[in-house]
Design a protein around this ligand. Structure first.
Ligand code: COA
Length: 194
C-alpha cells in the first residue's frame, strides 16, 4: 500500500452506522500475566507484577471489539452531548480508517478514551498518534487534568502505543471482566497527566 494521507474531521451522525467498516480487532503473540501476593486475608502490603508470556497460539480478539448497535448508540449519545465529547474520524479518501471517541468527565476533570481504533490496513502509519494528539488538545481545551483509558493485558500493541504517547500504567483490575482472569483477560489502566 502506498503511504495513505488521512483526512481527520469531526464525526457526523451519518458516520455512525459506517463505523463497522473499521476493523478494530487484533492478535497478539505475547500477553501479560499478573503475579500477585494479594489474597483474601493477606497482608495489605501486597505486590503485583506483570510478566510477558509468549503464546504458542497468538491471542485473537475476534469480534470482542466491535461497532455493533450498542456501541453505536453509546457513541451517538456522546456525539449529541456536544462539547463534552470528542468524536472524530479519519478517512483515506472515502474509506474510514480510524476513529477516536473520548469524553470529558465532569466529576473528576479527566478525559476518558472510550475508543481509539485504527483499521487493520492502516496501522503503523502514524494515524493513532494523530488521533491521540487530537485527544490531548481536546483535553487541554476542556481544562482536564489527565487523559485516562482502559485496555487489556492481551493488547500489547495498545500498551506499547500508549507508553510511546507518554502515558504510564496506573493500575490493574483483575476482576473487571471476569472472576477467572487467570485464564482470560484483565484490565490495565493508563494515564497521561496534563
Ligand atoms: C493501538 C493502535 C490504536 C495504534 O495505532 P497506530 O495508528 O497503529 O499507531 P501509530 O502508527 O500512530 O504508532 C505510534 C507509535 O506507537 C508505537 N506502536 C504502535 N503500534 C505498536 C505495536 N503494534 N507494537 C509496538 N509499538 C507500537 C510505536 O512506537 C509507533 O511508532 P513507530 O511506528 O514509529 O514505531 C492500533 O494498533 C489499533 O487500533 N489497535 C486495535 C484497536 C485497539 O487496540 N485500540 C486501543 C484500545 S484501548
Amino acid at each position: 500500500m502506498t503511504q495513505p494521507s488521512f483526512q481527520l474531521r469531526a464525526m457526523t451522525l451519518g458516520d455512525i452506522p459506517r463505523l463497522q467498516e473499521i476493523r478494530p480487532t487484533y492478535t497478539s503473540p505475547v500477553i501479560l500475566a499478573l503475579e500477585t501476593s494479594a489474597a483474601p486475608g493477606a497482608a495489605l502490603s501486597a505486590s503485583w507484577r506483570l510478566v510477558e508470556v509468549p503464546l504458542k497460539t497468538p491471542f485473537s480478539k475476534g469480534d470482542l471489539y466491535n461497532f455493533g448497535p450498542e456501541t453505536q448508540e453509546e457513541i451517538r449519545e456522546r456525539l449529541l452531548s456536544g462539547k463534552d465529547a470528542l468524536e472524530w474520524v479519519a478517512l483515506d479518501g472515502d474509506r474510514l480508517a480510524g476513529m477516536v471517541d473520548a469524553q470529558f468527565m465532569n466529576w473528576n476533570h479527566t478525559v476518558f478514551i472510550w475508543n481509539l481504533m485504527i483499521d487493520l490496513d492502516y496501522r503503523r502509519h502514524g494515524l493513532g498518534r494523530q488521533l491521540w494528539d487530537q485527544t490531548v488538545r481536546y483535553a487541554r481545551r476542556s481544562g482536564a487534568r489527565a487523559v485516562t483509558l482502559e485496555t487489556q493485558n492481551t493488547n500489547l500493541a495498545a500498551c506499547h502505543f500508549y507508553l510511546k504517547m507518554g502515558c504510564r500504567l496506573v493500575g490493574y483490575h483483575e476482576v473487571y471482566y471476569t472472576n477467572h482472569w487467570q485464564d482470560g483477560e484483565f484490565a490495565l489502566f493508563f494515564a497521561y497527566t496534563l
